[in-house]
Design a protein around this ligand. Sequence first.
Ligand SMILES: Nc1ncnc2c1ncn2[C@@H]1O[C@H](COP(=O)(O)OP(=O)(O)OP(=O)(O)O)[C@@H](O)[C@H]1O
Length: 310
Amino acid sequence: MISVSNLKRDFGKQVVVDDLSFEVKPGDVVGFLGPNGAGKSTTMKMLTGFLTPSSGAIKIAGQDIKTHTKAIQQKIGYLPEGAPAYGDMTVYQFLKFITQVRKIPKARAQQRIAYVSEQVALNEVMDTSIDTLSKGFKRRVGLAQAIIHDPDILILDEPTDGLDPNQKHQVRKLIKNLSKDKIVIISTHILEEVTAVCNRAIIIAQGKLKFDGTPEELQKRSAYHNAVTIKLSYLSDISGLLEIDGVIDIKHNKETQRVTIFPEPGKTILSQVSAHVQEVKLPVDMIFPEQGRLDDVFREITQTSQGEVL
Ligand SMILES: Nc1ncnc2c1ncn2[C@@H]1O[C@H](COP(=O)(O)OP(=O)(O)OP(=O)(O)O)[C@@H](O)[C@H]1O
């Protein structure tokens, strides 16, 4: 269990993390979101004991990180932003070095190197020096070092940054497999990653907590949640859609001929819309329910009333 209370960090006059409090329990896979400069990396550095808070407390499994830094760091796997250090080492040398730093016994170290290089698909570059690897491979080396000691807690700063879609998929699968009974916190700018991998989302802006809940709760905040979109074959009279019981609004995109029909809060309208389409013989190519658009919700949560990004 991670318990963060009233966490604060300033750099000079700038307050970067501002009174953050939250708890994370085993089994939680937390998507840690926020605009650029929101304070995500700074928070992660404090959670891993690499940066001291200005005030507030972090407790991990009941121990205070200030007084038990080393013991806590043994339980954590951390993927920092950017590429791994020691770029002149080969991937194998680097992973071996990490097993020594992590004090993994020699026999087990070989097994772990083999296991993690398989898991993050590094076998073909084991003898290549890190500096000469592509961004995607460097990221995977970072992931390999983060999981090599089979930690209870994984803190991953933008784990899929720089990966191609296939590798992104692979890393998300890996995180899902690893996450059983562990705590995983990943920062990301990719909102779909949260619905694909996480069972919880925490959003911060300007260092302050703005949302803490499930990805479904986040989707429910979208005006598009439970809305229905239809695609017209050709321009038609759609005014009747507004008469359907439970419909509050419609939005027509004339370029794409897509019409989105919005329900009153808490209502579902898919069957009513389908029935109406059939009844008035609207020329519809496609009809689908909307889950909720996370981009819109994210913008709404992290913007001020003046529309300025926090
Ligand atoms: N060591 C430091 N000294 C001074 N300012 C810092 C330092 N580290 C971070 N900052 C500032 O703190 C703010 C938050 O940075 P942080 O890297 O935590 O944001 P982030 O949410 O991770 O952003 P991004 O999504 O762009 O990675 C930024 O304005 C940054 O310039």
